[in-house]
Ligand binder design. Structure first.
Ligand code: SAH
Length: 348
C-alpha cells in the first residue's frame, strides 16, 4: 500500500498526459496509443499487455498502478434482463452500476462517488454519507468492466448511480473526456446524461465547458418549503436560483435540461405542486421525467397513487409541458433510481 501511494493511477491520465509520461520514459511516439488501447480493453495487469516489451511492462508496473474492480455480486433481473453489479474497488470500498437494455442501445448507469454527501430524504445512496470521490479510472472501469462481463455492447451512459457527479467535478470531467476518446470507448457526448441534485456553482462551471451531454436536474419540488424538506441542497441554492442556472446552462450550451421528479405520496404530488411546477417551467421547452418513487424502506416515504400521477401529468400536459414517466427496470433486483447502495448490509 505504501508503495502504491508513490505510484500513479495510469487509467486516470488523459491521452496527452499518458503520451507525455511515456515519452519522458524514453518511449517512442506510438506507445501511448498502444497503452491507452490496453487500458480500455480493459487489461487487469501490465503483464497482459503482450505487445509491449517485457522491460517496459516492468517499468510501467513500478511507476503506475492499474485499477481493476472485482465483481462482488452480480444480479440479473428475471423480468427485463437488467444487470446490477456490486464492485469491490482496489481499496476495498464498494459501489454499484446497472446495465439496462433499451431498444435504442444498452445503457450503463455509473456511480461517481463512494456514498453521497447530499442527504436527499428518499435516496438509499446517501445513507451513511460520502466516503470518498471515485477516480476517473474508477468511473471508467464501471463502463469497461460492465461491458466486458455482461458481453453487452454499451452505447449510452448515465451518471445516475451513487454519488453527486458535480461534487466530484474534476474527476467526472476527466472521465467524460476518457470515455469520449476515439482511442477508447468512443461514446459521444450526446449519448451521455449527467444528473445533479442542483449544485448551482458547478452547473455554471459545467456550462462553461459547453459539452453536448444531457444535463438532468433532480428537481422533485417546485417550492422551497417542500424541496428544502426532502433535499438539503435546496437550503444552499433554492428553486429559483437553480432554475436560473438551468436557463444559463441552456443559453450557453443549446442543450435543454431534463428535470427529474420523483412522485412522493402527499409530499410533492398535490394539485398545488403540479400547478406551481407548470408555472415555473411553462414556455422553457424543458422536459419533465416523472419517477414513481422507488422503495427505500429507511425513508418511510411512499409512492404516489396511479390516480394522483395521472392528475399531475394532466396538469402539466394542459400547459404544454413535455412529460414522460420513467420506466422501472430491474424491479426484482433493486436496480431502480435511488436504490443503489454503497454496500449491502449483509456484506458488512
Ligand atoms: N446525485 C445525482 C445523481 C443521482 S441520479 C442527483 O441527485 O441527480 C438518481 C436519480 O434518482 C435522482 O434524480 C434522484 O433524485 C432519484 N431518486 C433518488 N431516490 C429515489 C427514489 N427512492 N425513487 C425515485 N427516484 C429516486
Amino acid at each position: 500500500m505504501t508503495e502504491k501511494l508513490n505510484r500513479e493511477d495510469i487509467k486516470s491520465l488523459l491521452p496527452e498526459e499518458l503520451d507525455a509520461a511515456l515519452r519522458a520514459m524514453g518511449e517512442p511516439a506510438f506507445r501511448a496509443k498502444q497503452v491507452f488501447r490496453w487500458l480500455n480493453v480493459p487489461a487487469a495487469s501490465f503483464d497482459e499487455m503482450t505487445n509491449l516489451p517485457k522491460a517496459l511492462r516492468e517499468k510501467l508496473a513500478e511507476r503506475f498502478y492499474l485499477t481493476a474492480p472485482a465483481v462482488e455480486r452480480k444480479q440479473v433481473s428475471a423480468l427485463d434482463g437488467t444487470v446490477k453489479y456490486l464492485w469491490r474497488l482496489n481499496d476495498g470500498n464498494h459501489v454499484e452500476s446497472v446495465v439496462m437494455r433499451y431498444e435504442h442501445g444498452n445503457t450503463v448507469c455509473v456511480s461517481s462517488e463512494v456514498g453521497c454527501p447530499m442527504g436527499c430524504a428518499f435516496c438509499a445512496s446517501t445513507i451513511g454519507g460520502k466516503v470518498r470521490n471515485l477516480a476517473a479510472s474508477e468511473i471508467l472501469d464501471q463502463v469497461l468492466w460492465a461491458q466486458k462481463d455482461s458481453e453487452l455492447k454499451i452505447s449510452n451512459i448515465v451518471l445516475m448511480g451513487i454519488g453527486e457527479p458535480l461534487d466530484n467535478f474534476d474527476n467526472v470531467v476527466r472521465f467524460l473526456k476518457l470515455v469520449n476518446d476515439p482511442g477508447g470507448m468512443n461514446i459521444g457526448m450526446r449519448h451521455i446524461s449527467l444528473s445533479t441534485c442542483g449544485i448551482v456553482e458547478k452547473i455554471d462551471k459545467l456550462a462553461s465547458l459547453a459539452l453536448q451531454l444531457t444535463l438532468s436536474v433532480s428537481l422533485h419540488a417546485p417550492d422551497n418549503e417542500t424541496r428544502s424538506k426532502i433535499m438539503p441542497v435546496n437550503r444552499a441554492w433554492d428553486v429559483d436560483t437553480l432554475l436560473a442556472a438551468c436557463r444559463r446552462y441552456f443559453e450557453r450550451t443549446g442543450r435543454r435540461i431534463s428535470f427529474e421528479y420523483a412522485m412522493i405520496r402527499d409530499v410533492n404530488d398535490t394539485p398545488f405542486h403540479a400547478k406551481l411546477l407548470a408555472d415555473k417551467l411553462e414556455g422553457t421547452g424543458s422536459h419533465v421525467n416523472l419517477i414513481p418513487l422507488n422503495d427505500v424502506p429507511e425513508s418511510g416515504l411512499r409512492p404516489s397513487t396511479p390516480e394522483t400521477m395521472r392528475a399531475f401529468i394532466g396538469t402539466l400536459e394542459k400547459r404544454n409541458i413535455n412529460v414522460t414517466v420513467r420506466r422501472k427496470l430491474g424491479p426484482d433486483i433493486e436496480a431502480s433510481c435511488g436504490q443503489l447502495r454503497r454496500e449491502r448490509e449483509e456484506l458488512r
